[in-house]
Design a protein around this ligand. Structure first.
Ligand SMILES: NC(=O)C1=CN([C@@H]2O[C@H](COP(=O)(O)OP(=O)(O)OC[C@H]3O[C@@H](n4cnc5c(N)ncnc54)[C@H](O)[C@@H]3O)[C@@H](O)[C@H]2O)[C@@H](O)CC1
Ligand SMILES: Nc1ncnc2c1ncn2[C@@H]1O[C@H](COP(=O)(O)OP(=O)(O)O)[C@@H](O)[C@H]1O
Ligand SMILES: [K+]
Length: 509
């Protein structure tokens, strides 16, 4: 499913109406029917609804919902927010149909005077005030009404968006509706994936309103949800005659004297993730520790300096030999020799190169080398690392994570896995996917190392772009399955996650 901004949604609506020829009033009728049906499913016929109507098309949806609820005998109080509101276009028609059907409304000014009595008469507030047409700071009378609704301690259901929440990356100005549930129409709105705005949505359900997919081909930004269906449909089944070599020879350059665990986590995740042959390149002192945990891997002891790897050029070329993908970063530490190794790999390794953790620190100093690289490069930053890469503040990356990941991926022709809740995968061709799996049990040191292992294993066996999105999905899916099996968010560890991969992979098999 696509993820859109308000402007993109408006262009899709316009193509549906003007080019495809499906009138806007029909879309509104569809929205009304779907929402009324879901409200009755969820709350039953006995609950009493209070519906707030804004003067744009979001309000038009509201009139359609109110009429359909009333037709079925459900109790609905309808409130038009602006006193002298002049409705136009599709909303005007739906207001007329509502009125001609014999139904009434009240205006907010009047309802406000008896607000406490009104509240005694209703169970659920439906918010059809502002949708994708919101521009700038929330104005009166919406500001005061939103405050009162939020304080009312009633179940709140928003149509399309919680009123006051921008659909895209624009910053929120003022207090929006804090919904318990949002019925978003046809497509997911981008602000659902941003830390500042997501909490206002509550539970989200996307309802179809009849917009055909052909209306979306013109969109420049190609953002899609990557969920179970996409994972299953894109999975390339392994050949029954596969051997360890054809299942992907990969390398993991990870760990140091101080941090052998990072190498163990990423290497065992790679092996659980299906890599045919995994070689770990690390310091000799780490090999013993790592090998007791990861029996299936092979090991290369690199030259070292002060407990960190410091591979020679010869050692690096030997390590690159025959490997489809190499990940560098987890637990390697920082030094000038490490920087030189990253530069060497970017310049000379011709397989799929994945840079994570400490390896990312030097990438912003190696942007010229990155631009010259012709083979695939995958970077797996969390928000802080992305801020460093893009030379922006963490707050800016949080607010504009889609734009920043997309711009970076295109400028440097790199695949970006921007981690966090709803990890984004941004590809150099402009395609982006957003992940829906995972939970807060992953917010622990080491989860990222596990992801790096899975990514490395998958890119060696599956088409690159789908491998990245699928790796991110399976990583989160494993965590979700463990929570369903009774693990707690607090105690879930990255090692549990690796065990959990066995169950998660069943989805693909
Ligand atoms: N025919 C269509 O175009 C369809 C529209 N749909 C609905 O229409 C919505 C978009 O409709 P519109 O583009 O009319 O916009 P909205 O209904 O979201 O809002 C526009 C209205 O809000 C006011 N407004 C804008 N910013 C404000 C602010 N900061 N403070 C206070 N008031 C503000 C504007 O003056 C305008 O009256 C969607 O979210 C969806 O619910 C759907 O029914 C599908 C069909
Ligand atoms: N609250 C959360 N919900 C879902 N996934 C999360 C959450 N917090 C972290 N993650 C995931 O866990 C991993 C953490 O990686 P990272 O920040 O690199 O940690 P580390 O390097 O310490 O292992 C990422 O894949 C991230 O998307
Ligand atoms: K709304």
């Amino acid at each position: 499913m696509r993820i859109v901004t308000g402007e993109e949604m408006a262009s899709i609506d316009a193509i549906t109406i003007n080019k495809i020829g499906l009138p806007g009033v029909v879309l509104m009728e569809n929205a009304g029917r779907e929402i009324a049906r879901r409200l009755i499913d969820l709350y039953g016929m006995e609950k009493r609804f209070l519906l707030f109507i804004g003067k744009g098309n979001n309000g038009g949806d509201g009139f359609a919902v109110a009429r359909m609820l009333k037709e079925q005998g459900v109790s609905v109080l309808t409130c038009i927010v602006e006193d002298e509101a002049i409705f136009e276009g599709d909303a005007k028609l739906h207001k007329r149909v509502y009125e001609q059907s014999g139904y009434r409304w009240r205006y907010w000014k009047e309802m406000n005077r008896t607000w406490s009595e009104v509240l005694c008469e209703v169970d659920v507030v439906v918010d059809a005030m502002l949708g994708t047409g919101l521009r700038g700071a929330i104005r009166e009378p919406y500001t005061s009404i939103i405050k009162k609704i939020n304080l009312a301690d009633k179940e709140i259901v928003s149509i399309d968006l919680p009123s006051g929440v921008p659909a895209g990356e624009a910053e929120m100005e003022g207090e929006p509706i804090s919904a318990d549930r949002t019925f978003t129409l046809q497509l997911m709105k981008l602000s659902y994936y941003l830390e500042a705005t997501k909490p206002y949505y509550g539970e989200v359900e996307t309802l179809p309103i009849g917009i055909p997919p052909a209306t979306m081909n013109h969109l420049e930004a190609q953002r899609c949800v990557w969920g179970k269906d996409e994972v299953v449909n894109s999975w390339v089944k392994s050949n029954p005659f596969a051997h360890k070599g054809s299942n992907g020879r990969i390398g993991v350059i990870a760990g140091s004297q101080q941090m052998p665990g990072a190498a163990a986590l990423s290497a065992s995740a790679a092996i659980r993730g299906g890599a045919g042959l995994t070689t770990v390149g690390t310091v000799s002192t780490a090999i013993q520790t790592v090998a007791t945990h990861v029996k299936e891997a092979m090991y290369t002891a690199f030259s070292e300096q002060s407990g960190l790897i410091a591979p020679t050029e010869e050692e690096l070329f030997a390590f690159y030999e025959g490997k489809a993908a190499i990940a560098i970063g987890p637990g390697i530490g920082r030094s000038t020799r490490i920087k030189a190794m990253i530069a060497h790999a970017i310049e000379h390794y011709t397989g799929i190169l994945i840079l994570d953790a400490d390896a990312l620190v030097y990438v912003s100093e190696l942007h010229d080398e990155v631009k010259k690289r012709r083979s695939p490069l995958v970077l797996t930053p969390h928000i802080g690392e992305m801020a460093h890469l893009a030379n922006e503040s963490v707050d800016v990356v949080k607010q504009y994570r889609f734009t920043i990941a997309e711009t970076y991926a295109q400028t440097y022709q790199a695949h970006i896995i921007l981690k966090g809740p709803h990890t984004i995968v941004a590809n150099p061709n402009g395609g982006m996917t957003v992940n829906h799996s995972g939970n807060a049990g992953l917010a622990k040191g080491g989860s990222g190392d596990v992801l790096t292992g899975i990514v490395t294993a998958l890119v060696a066996r599956q088409p690159l772009e789908t491998a990245l999105s699928t790796a991110v999905f399976l990583h989160g899916h494993a965590a979700d399955l463990l929570i369903n099996q009774g693990f707690s968010i607090n105690s879930l560890t990255p090692s549990d996650l690796i065990e959990g991969l066995a169950e998660a992979y069943k989805l693909c098999e």
